[in-house]
Design a protein around this ligand. Structure first.
Ligand SMILES: *[C@@H]1O[C@H](CO)[C@@H](O)[C@H](O)[C@H]1NC(C)=O
Ligand SMILES: *[C@@H]1O[C@H](CO)[C@@H](O)[C@H](O)[C@H]1NC(C)=O
Length: 248
């Protein structure tokens, strides 16, 4: 069905705009053409770039591979078994491309690290975040909270290290003179994010009995993050869902 629809869409699309082949995931319309978004190529390939270039050759050699803001055609084998456009999407081909060469195929935005919702009211514009912001100590923790999909932080639960190499030497987490540093820059590696701290405290608390929940909706609330979201205070959690949240 999806293949049929895309086939019909491909035929209907005006030739001038039908430059990027297959589905238009990881692209945006710039007013005249569909162009690649920054998230299309923000990840690394899983296998080597040179192997990807052989498996997924650029359709127009001079144009090269997908790059943000431009409109290179997506390599055909990234999404179809056909040898010419318009070509229907073959999901197996797309899955193989996602698993092996998401960058070469301009599919990074659909990998698990890049496909999640951003917060409803982010403090910054998620759509314009650049790759240098993704590695900047000044930006990373804000982006992880507000715009996780922009930098591939979807699997990090909002908790990232502000600097990249904390995990090189985890003994810094316990070094007396470095506590201010790791609290600010190595929150993930050293387990200093507020929600993970709260989860850890409440789950490893030593008491064996809890007050009964005063709300009947605690299971649903817990599934929505009531026990871990720092938006709620410990007192609120304890008052409503002490047992479900395991708060002594
Ligand atoms: C993204 O890809 C999926 C599956 O290939 C397709 O159903 C969807 O329409 C695509 N979205 C866009 C915006 O092209
Ligand atoms: C949109 O992208 C196309 C292809 O890269 C480019 O030729 C065109 O100038 C862009 N238009 C705008 C308004 O940026």
């Amino acid at each position: 069905m999806i293949a049929l629809i895309s086939l019909v869409l491909a035929f209907l699309a005006p030739q001038a705009q039908a430059v990027i082949g297959g589905d238009l995931n990881c692209t945006t319309y710039n007013g005249t053409a569909f162009v690649w978004t920054p998230a299309a190529t923000a990840c690394s390939n899983v296998i080597s770039d040179s192997s990807c270039a052989i498996l997924y050759p650029a359709p127009v050699t001079a144009d090269g591979f997908p790059s943000p803001g431009r409109d290179q055609q997506r390599p055909l084998t990234c999404y179809t078994t056909a040898s010419a456009t318009p070509a229907g999407i073959v999901m197996d081909m797309k899955k193989a491309a996602l698993d092996n060469c998401p960058r070469t195929c301009g599919l990074c935005c659909q990998t698990t690290a890049y496909s999640c919702s951003n917060v409803a009211f982010p403090r910054l514009n998620c759509a314009t975040i650049t790759s240098s912001q993704c590695v900047s100590a000044a930006w990373r923790t804000i982006i992880a909270t507000d715009c996780p999909s922009a930098c591939g932080f979807c699997n990090s639960g909002g908790c990232v290290d502000a600097v990249l190499d904390c995990a090189n030497d985890v003994t810094i987490c316990r070094t007396v003179g470095l506590q201010d540093f790791v609290n600010t820059y190595c929150q993930r590696t050293c387990n200093r994010c507020s929600s993970s701290t709260i989860t850890t405290t409440s789950l490893t608390a030593t008491c064996t009995s809890y007050n009964a929940d005063s709300s009947t909706a605690c299971t649903a609330w817990a599934a929505n993050g009531f026990c871990t979201n720092t938006f709620y205070t410990l007192a609120q959690r304890k008052a409503y869902c002490a047992r479900t949240c395991r708060i002594c």
